[in-house]
Design a protein around this ligand. Structure first.
Ligand code: EPU
Length: 342
């Protein structure tokens, strides 16, 4: 008996990518267990096809025709797996919805993930770009993950160092691109929880609501409210969150920009570099609310590109390139795209 899942041809992907691009997959399989991946890997014809591992589809810009075998990760399950003096360890399977998982940890009385509330996508995709928001990245609470290696057919455990996390980056976007499939992720949640309030928006929200001693649920509620006010709901308006990374520049470069643009928004990094607010740069170029074809720069947050309805992958690419060109012409800063183009 084979473990291969049904192979579907010319499969519609519009409801499986948050940009809402009406793409179609040449071939498509739904993955609910490890044995199915092992069966695909053991099948010479299937394992030689180009592959796209799809989670929540929230960090992707698809071409209209995806010429690959799309593996839709739907492995489910979440549990507390252990504890020691300092931490409670929780695990979730790759196909779990990230935000539902965060809410579940909070219901278990476990803090630690609340600053990452309402981020679209799945648990399995979260380590790939080291998701981050409001002063926390998953690397800060990450313990380890289990992955399937398509090259060797082995299942392996990877700790934090092995994942080589960086700002919106990890080994899964670099050396292990297209090689590993993340199966499950474990987090070390602190028993002695402390609020992370370094981000001004969160602190302001709590003081406006007269919350002086916030717990994890208060911070989650604050983050949800802030995100809902600033970011488009992908269920209503297609988007992939921040479309560009905030560029990191040397101190001298930031001085040069600051001299010309005293209102430049920048944040010091541990190594003396500065992160610039790409949204501010784009905003200054007058792009906020403007569109090209059916793709637009979101009217409330210039870092987000949106689908006005009917946008193709090519529309989104053209808009992204126009924004990059204008920011470069004005500031001599190169914006790097954040989502993956397929
Ligand atoms: N700004 C403008 N105009 C704009 C947008 C932003 O002037 O249209 C300026 C504002 O001064 C604001 C500053 O830029 O204070 C920074 O904006 P914001 O606080 O909204 O954060 P961000 O830098 O735009 C980053 C992450 C978000 C994350 C927030 C909160 C990246 C690429 N983006 O956005 O992540 O939610 O900080 O931590 O690092 C995502 O990755 O999809 C994402 C939404």
């Amino acid at each position: 008996m084979t473990n291969l899942p049904p192979l579907l041809a010319d499969y519609p992907l519009q409801s499986l990518n948050t940009f809402g691009i009406a793409a179609r997959a040449r071939q498509f399989m739904q993955i609910e267990q490890l044995e199915q991946l092992q069966a695909i890997q053991a099948d010479t014809a299937l394992s030689s096809l180009p592959r796209l591992v799809l989670g929540g589809g929230s960090n992707l810009v698809l071409s209209d025709q995806v010429d690959a075998l799309v593996l839709h990760m739907c492995i489910k399950g979440k549990q507390i797996v252990g504890e020691d003096a300092g931490h409670v360890y929780v695990q979730a399977a790759a196909g779990e919805n990230w935000h539902e998982f965060v809410l579940w940890t909070l219901r278990q009385g476990l803090g630690g993930l609340e600053n990452l509330s309402l981020i679209p996508g799945t648990v399995g995709a979260a380590p790939i770009q080291n998701i981050g928001a409001y002063g926390l990245e998953i690397k800060d609470v990450f313990h380890s993950l289990t992955a399937f290696d398509f090259t060797t057919g082995q299942v392996l455990e990877m700790d934090r160092a092995a994942c080589r996390f960086a700002y919106r980056d990890s080994i899964f976007k670099q050396d292990y691109k297209d090689r590993m499939v993340i199966l499950a992720v474990r987090f070390a949640l602190p028993k002695h929880w402390q609020a992370r309030l370094a981000y001004a928006d969160v602190a302001n929200y709590l003081s406006q609501h007269a919350i002086t001693h916030p717990g994890p649920a208060d911070i989650s509620a604050a983050v949800i409210a802030i995100r809902q006010a600033k970011l488009p709901d992908p269920a209503v308006t297609g988007n992939a969150g921040s479309f560009f990374k905030n560029p990191v520049v040397r101190a001298a470069e930031r001085e040069r920009l600051l001299a010309a643009y005293p209102k430049l928004v920048s944040y010091p990094q541990d190594n003396g570099d500065y992160k610039l607010a790409a949204g501010w740069l784009i905003d200054q170029c007058g792009w906020k609310g403007r569109h090209l074809g059916r793709a637009a720069v979101y009217e409330k947050q210039a870092l987000v590109l949106v689908n006005l309805g009917g946008a193709s992958g090519a529309d989104v690419r053209a808009l992204a390139q126009a924004v990059q060109a204008d920011v470069y012409a004005r500031f001599a800063v190169q914006l790097e795209v954040e989502p993956v183009f397929v």
